[in-house]
Design a protein around this ligand. Structure first.
Ligand code: NAD
Length: 641
């Protein structure tokens, strides 16, 4: 292999077969991104290859952690007029069209993340191979930032795999792992790392025609079926987002249906989205998420290879299932064998959403452990038994002497003080709170509870562990309710006070769905359990009387979804929360006020370090309408609530 030219971000080499290998490795970034200088260099490389064509071209990444994560988000934050918007689109649209039209075969060799602009580049190549690495994520998640794929993805993905699957991916921002990308047809091959380069050479020189959607999937790209697909997609968008909080989806559908996915046909559409508050706020949320992810990359953390979970109830079972799915050996203990069996059943239903290899591997890593043998070899023991301080402390006294040297003990408690729980321990400095939310498989946030006296490496290891299992760690101080439960309690109690005043639960829930919450507060209370809501309310409401309706329901034994009835009657745990009755003006603002007040209070009390982390915690811990940018940001911008 001879090096032809070295750029800041790219290296161009030629091998003995005259194949050009383009390797991207952005020096100032941990992950490659298609910033303007990277694109200019690529344009220069493509120009050279157009003049002097090689036998073939292979694009790959020099970074171990992935191919290309997308465009440079910071650059499109500054777009403030149509001209700048058009330039941004043209940068990728024209270049990727040139790549598609090259006279020689081209291939993208993908490992790890291949997202947004990265996938649009790969789609412009004739072939794509994904390397079967642990975490390949392939997709076009632009919609999560309030925009749509504007560098050819919206045109090419439907042509490649059919519009139904392609639109579903682009409208939801859903990403695929390597196997699913292969079966959907996004990549031609999925290969083992050791044969990646050979497979790339074989395929790019094979002369095979480029893949495209065939049969019905192909026909759906053309009239008259195309408009049917678009109208079905519009219907499903309106069902998922009935209040139109995320305008990028409908704009995307218009550009696909009317302009074949060419955003230059209507550059104002993208500019309008880029300038909207929704997009600015979603980009803010993206940066907040990156900040939480960065907490998970602690240098001095010790590796956690084996987790032992005690308590196989709702939370312990969920935590164990998730850890095993994320590649960690997990032993699960309970005094009641039935609870362990139940936890395994639930784990299997979570794994059923994965492909069968991943599901099988996760099942193999999840080990029932009635006797607690795993305590002696685990790097981390997570206690998730019932919320009873004496029971927890007596368990700690039994297990601490059995734990291996240097191992960490964590509690998942929602309401008990870490500082008080640790008084029975010989090594309180190795005890920490790791607070997951229910359901574990769906909630991205995990609070890592800090307190004076916890060793730095305990906190680092706990935080890095949370990051390593794909969750977002939020450092919080040891105080009742930490951040998330403390802000949820006054919000739910206010909602119940509205019931005491005679309002319908549906009307209250509808007010908050319209505001942009993923679930109304009354449905949330039924889901959490009214007994738990009462206990949390007592602890977190400064001695205020609980709402009358809450007391009544508990007296009647109606505790929410778990008993089949709470404020609502639950059939199959599903119901439409929306009301046909009008929502009184100002109701959403009334309900959201205690939540925002409490967020500010937790911030003033230094429970989280700064306002951005408070917003991040409330968004990722409660689902607080992300397009508002978070509770504190929302109040600052609106001056309301
Ligand atoms: P749960 O009642 O569903 O499960 C508790 C399990 O612990 C039961 O299976 C019980 O058999 C087992 N257990 C009790 N004592 C034990 C012992 N000495 N040794 C081994 N097993 C024992 O409770 P849960 O809802 O999963 O809550 C567990 C913990 O997680 C609590 O501290 C709770 O505050 C916290 N938490 C709960 C939620 C939630 O939404 N349920 C959310 C976050 C945190």
């Amino acid at each position: 292999m001879t090096t032809e030219k070295t750029y800041k971000n790219w290296t161009v080499q030629k091998d003995a077969r005259n194949i050009a290998w383009l390797t991207i490795d952005c020096p100032d970034r941990s992950m490659n991104a298609l910033a303007s200088d990277v694109m200019e260099e690529l344009s220069d490389i493509v120009g050279t290859l157009e003049l002097s064509p090689p036998a073939a071209m292979i694009v790959r990444s020099g970074k171990r952690n992935g191919f290309i994560a997308g465009a440079d988000v910071k650059e499109f934050q500054s777009i403030d007029n149509v001209d700048a918007g058009r330039k941004l689109i043209e940068r990728g649209w024209h270049l990727f069209n040139r790549i598609e039209k090259l006279s020689f075969p081209t291939l993208a060799l993908i490992h790890g993340a291949c997202l947004g602009g990265g996938l649009e580049l790969a789609l412009a190549c004739r072939y794509r191979i994904a390397v079967d690495s642990p975490k390949p994520v392939i997709g076009l998640p632009e919609v999560k930032l309030g925009i749509f794929p504007a560098w050819g993805g919206l045109m090419r993905l439907p042509r490649l795999i059919g519009p139904q699957t392609a639109l579903n991916m682009m409208l939801t921002g859903r990403t695929l792992d390597g196997r699913r990308a292969r079966s959907a047809g996004v990549v031609d091959l999925l290969v083992a790392p050791r044969v990646a380069e050979k497979s790339a050479v074989d395929l790019v020189t094979s002369g095979k025609p480029a893949r495209k959607a065939k049969g019905l999937a192909g026909m759906l790209n053309h009239a008259p079926l195309k408009s049917l697909v678009a109208s079905q997609a519009r219907k499903s968008v309106k069902q998922k987002d009935p209040y139109g909080h995320y305008p990028a989806t409908l704009t995307m559908l218009d550009i696909w249906e009317k302009h074949e996915g060419d955003p230059l046909a209507d550059p104002q559409a993208l500019t309008r989205l880029l300038q909207s508050d929704v997009t600015r706020n979603l980009i803010r949320v993206f940066h907040l998420q990156e900040r939480l992810k960065a907490f998970g990359k602690k240098q001095n953390a010790r590796p956690v290879r084996h987790v032992h979970v005690i308590g196989a109830g709702v939370m312990g079972g969920g935590i164990a299932a998730w850890c095993a799915l994320q590649g960690i050996k997990t032993t699960l203990q309970d005094t009641d064998a039935q609870r362990i069996a139940g936890a395994f059943k639930n784990a299997v239903s979570v794994y059923a959403r994965k492909d069968r290899y991943t599901a099988q591997a996760a099942r193999d890593r999840l080990i029932p452990d009635l006797a607690g043998d795993g305590i002696a070899t685990a790097d981390l023991v997570i206690e998730a038994i019932s919320e009873n301080p004496q029971a927890k402390q007596s368990l700690y006294q039994q297990i601490e002497p059995k734990m291996k040297e240097g191992a960490i003990l964590a509690t998942n408690t929602s309401s008990l003080s870490i500082t008080e729980l640790r008084t029975v321990l010989a090594h309180p400095e190795r005890f920490v709170g790791i607070h997951f939310f229910n359901p574990v498989s769906r909630m991205p946030l995990v609070e890592v509870v800090h307190a004076d006296g916890i060793a730095d490496d305990t906190l680092d290891t706990a935080t890095a562990f949370v990051g390593s299992i794909g969750k977002l760690p939020l450092p919080v101080q040891d105080t009742p309710g930490f951040l998330v439960n403390a802000v949820l309690a006054p919000y739910m109690l206010e909602a119940m006070r509205c019931i005491d005043e005679g309002m319908d639960p549906e009307v209250i829930d509808t007010a908050m769905l319209e505001f942009g919450m993923p679930m109304g507060p009354i449905t949330l209370a039924d889901t959490v359990g009214l007994d738990i809501a009462m206990a949390a309310g007592k602890q977190l409401s400064d001695g205020q009387q609980p709402p009358r309706c809450l007391q009544d329901k508990i007296t009647q034994g109606k505790l929410g979804t778990k008993t089949g009835e709470g404020f609502y009657v639950w059939k199959d745990r599903k119901r439409d929360q929306r009301s046909k009755k009008p929502v009184p003006q100002g109701l959403a603002q009334r309900l959201i006020k205690p939540l925002i007040d409490q967020t500010e209070k937790q911030l003033a009390n230094h429970i989280v370090e700064d306002a951005d982390l408070a917003d991040a915690g409330v968004i990722f811990g409660t689902g607080f309408a992300p397009f508002t940018g978070g509770p504190i940001h929302y109040r600052l911008k609106k001056g309301g609530a």
